[in-house]
Ligand binder design. Structure first.
Ligand code: SF4
Length: 361
């Protein structure tokens, strides 16, 4: 990599990256504060290329959000509803099955914390999918939901996760992490779990052989220091368990929350992808989630360190409840074209990030 930076403070970091040295908290802040977006991006692109070359993966998947009824009222959430409101819903078995087809590789199941649902009701969603579409891999329930089931049934996280695995769950989504800052948690989601419980759920999942993903919700009231701290917490946990498949930065969708006026800029989105790629040296995959950043920024992110685009999705309610501007689904051909236009080679994968040919073997 021979990059000429317009910001000289990047030279030192570039030397460390080229020497394979781990970046520090201060390095993370320097990257975020640098006005040289292209310099930061080219460093991250270099790291991505060393790991993955031109390959960009995606999965043919679909989301099932079984209900939006939720006992919590996180300030940033426009998805959750309460009993009796016109937008409240609970999907029937038929509703769920109508969303699935045998060509799907992955179904991603997350939803609200329903006041009257038992853990078994949530497991039943998994059973319905498994029984009718045994070939679809199931990625289900965030750490927030796992904690809810555990408290409701007075079970340990390990017991809850073991039951989920027995029913056919292969990995956990990364949601519910938001930002691991107690200051932000107290302000925006005081009744939801924080870093310590989120980490423990993933730690227990990894011990049981379940893989999982990790996210960071950015672009609300968090500081850059809190973002870098979030990344370092995840890097430490990955050192310990090696169970994370991917990291997904999620751009906050302000909708009608009033928390901020507009979503993070494309510059912030791209820089966040690049900083994540550079700081998370022990994560194989950095995902650019087109649902939150839109197709155009997502395609550019493939030159800023991202190597995965998530999936076709087809229907997504959580972000679109907050008026995410992206389409609700993308056909496989369209995703492939997007990747090729950005100079990448599209590779279809499964929920565990195995190439399809490998996965089928
Ligand atoms: S973010 Fe999750 S836990 Fe919080 S209100 Fe929304 S659905 Fe409920």
């Amino acid at each position: 990599m021979t990059t000429h930076f317009t910001d000289p403070s990047l030279d030192h970091i570039s030397n460390k990256v080229q020497a394979g040295e781990r970046l520090s908290f201060d390095d993370g802040l320097t990257l975020y504060n640098s006005p040289d977006l292209l310099g930061v991006g080219s460093m991250a692109d270099g790291v991505k290329r060393l790991r993955h070359g031109d390959r960009v993966t995606f999965v043919v998947n679909r989301q099932i959000n079984p209900t939006n009824l939720c006992v919590l009222s996180c300030k940033f959430c426009e998805f959750a509803s309460k009993e009796g409101r016109p937008d409240a819903y609970v999907l029937s078995e038929k509703d769920m099955l109508d969303r699935l087809s045998p060509d799907l590789r992955e179904v991603h199941i997350v939803g609200g914390l329903h006041a009257k649902w038992s853990f078994d009701d949530y497991l039943n969603v998994v059973r319905i999918v498994k029984k009718n579409f045994p070939s679809i891999q199931i990625k289900a329930y965030t750490a927030v939901e796992v904690d809810f089931f555990a408290r409701r049934e007075k079970l340990s996280y390990a017991d809850v996760l073991r039951r989920m695995k027995e029913e056919g769950v292969v990995c956990l989504p990364g949601g519910g992490a938001e930002i691991f800052s107690e200051r932000v948690r107290k302000e925006l989601f005081p009744f939801k779990i924080g870093w310590s419980a989120w980490a423990d759920v993933h730690r227990q999942a990894h011990k049981l052989g379940l893989r999982s993903n990790a996210t960071m919700l950015y672009g609300h009231i968090e500081t850059l220091e809190e973002r870098v701290d979030h990344l370092l917490k995840l890097r430490g946990l990955q050192d310990e368990t090696k169970g994370f498949l991917s990291f997904i930065p999620l751009a906050f969708q302000p909708g009608n929350t009033g928390i901020v006026q507009r979503p993070a800029s494309a510059v912030d989105d791209l820089k966040t992808i690049a900083v994540s790629r550079l700081m998370l040296d022990n994560f194989d995959h950095i995902k650019s989630y087109w649902v939150t950043v839109g197709e155009e920024t997502c395609a550019m992110a493939l030159r800023f360190g991202a190597d995965d685009l998530d999936g076709t999705i087809l229907e997504e309610r959580v972000m679109h409840a907050a008026k995410a501007g992206s389409p609700v689904g993308m056909a496989k051909e369209r995703l492939s074209r997007l990747i090729r236009e950005a100079g990448g080679v599209p590779v279809e994968r499964d929920a565990l990030h195995r190439d399809l040919e490998t996965a089928a073997a």
